[in-house]
Design a protein around this ligand. Sequence first.
Ligand code: HEC
Length: 506
Amino acid sequence: MKPQNIYIGFTTIILFLFSCRQGSEKELPVMNSIQLENSILSLTKEATNLNVPWDLQYDRINDAILFSEIGGAIRRLDIKSKQVLLIDSIPDVYQQRTLGLLGMALYQPENEQAYLYLSYTSKKDSSIFSNLYRYNYNPTGRLSNPVQLLQIPGNTGHNGSRIVISPDKKVYWATGDAATDTYAQDSTSLNGKILRLNLDGSIPKDNPIANSYVYAWGFRNMQGLTYSTEGILYTSEHGDAIEDEINLILPLKNYGWPLIEGMIDTEKEKAKVKTLAIEEPIKSWTPVVAPAGLAYYGSDVIPEWKKSLLLTTLKNQSLRILSLSDDGHRIIDEQVLFQDQLGRLRSVITLPNGDIYFCSSNRDWNPQKGFPKQEDDVIYRLRVSEKTHAPILHPQSVDTQPAAKDGHALYEAYCTSCHKSDGEGLTNTFPPLAKSNTVNGDEKALLQIILHGVQEKNMESIKYEGAMPGFSFLTDAEIITIANYIRTNFGNNAGKIESSSLTSLR
Ligand code: HEC
């Protein structure tokens, strides 16, 4: 190389370093373009190698994404440089399966103390708790001054939870029913509720029940909570075997769990609501999708999505765009993106500039086939772009119901999320159906399990942690098709069951 060229090369490096120091935006390779009616969006990976990020918040002062990880870390992703910093670790988080550091909300007013609200599980002796904490959030350094605002019963599942702060400075906390059937309908219990607090944790004077945090009740396990620019509060909630829900939250309303599942559509449920006022969800899914994070999109930047709810799902592994009616009271359309491509998706937020950030949850307790990938977990960004990059994706209309005779489709819709596509289950959590004595054995015993579910049966000397919900809402033909599918797949080779075997078991 001639001395002159060395000089030019050197200057280029200096200029390059200088431009990085200026904090200019680091552009990352576009993974996909998403073609909407008119807009084009680009999908990029903004942060990789994370460990189950659970909630994302926008820190407008640092122009950063603040996120929690289930193990107890709070980290910050700088939007321009893409650097990820550890802010703090919460000491007494109890992490196991779905438990740990979960929802959070950042309250960042002009010229006043900023607060970070956290929801996490803790354990003392053999008791599990869900906690709501408030920390001072110091933009440059660690968290300080923790105040425990509430502590309620927790359990090995159904601990919720998300937090939002409304423009009128109230904290809403969506609590789980702690897998205890009596809590959600008991207005004196704080589980299975939307709770409403002042910023300091006290009970607001204008709460619907005097001297009570309870704002609305009848919930099972909410994993999404968002406040629209029009001031409407929405939740997403996990059903049992059926009826995952989106609810529009109003004060003093009862959302039905466990008396009513999803829509009021069975004879039993219709009889119940004659004596009890129950609010129906604005959307329900059967087969379930395991709805998680929820964010309202109100920006003009992506006009096709203006006035919609963005929902990440764990099952079906997708980002869903739920378009709302003008008054925000109904969901009028549903579109699906990324189904099964990025894995389980946990949380989503929209930024004031119209960008969307969402994250995967592939290193959690229930990874799906082919995941985690090496770079998991990932925070992704969707942003409007000028030009397309291959491969180009189009949002899909929703998946149709599987046909009653299609064993594979029925198994995928109702059983795969736990027992997995290959029937191998998940060690100590979901039993394998491959070479299972129950599956290959007595017909009636097997049909009983599929119809009515099973819990804490010690199988082959393993105690499985989860419970299996009942599937009696399926038709006889569907149940028989599924039973015969599992008896003749995964290396099983048992005789076919006739539908007459089912008649006496309903
Ligand atoms: C939410 C998770 C989940 C789903 C969905 C689910 N199961 Fe299960 N299943 C379980 C768990 C957990 C057990 C073990 C329960 C126990 O004994 O404690 C189980 C047990 C079983 C057993 C008994 C296995 C044995 O070896 O004894 C069969 C059979 C079975 N499930 C079939 C199905 C079929 C068919 C479907 C779909 C219609 C299904 N399951 C859906 C969680 C699930």
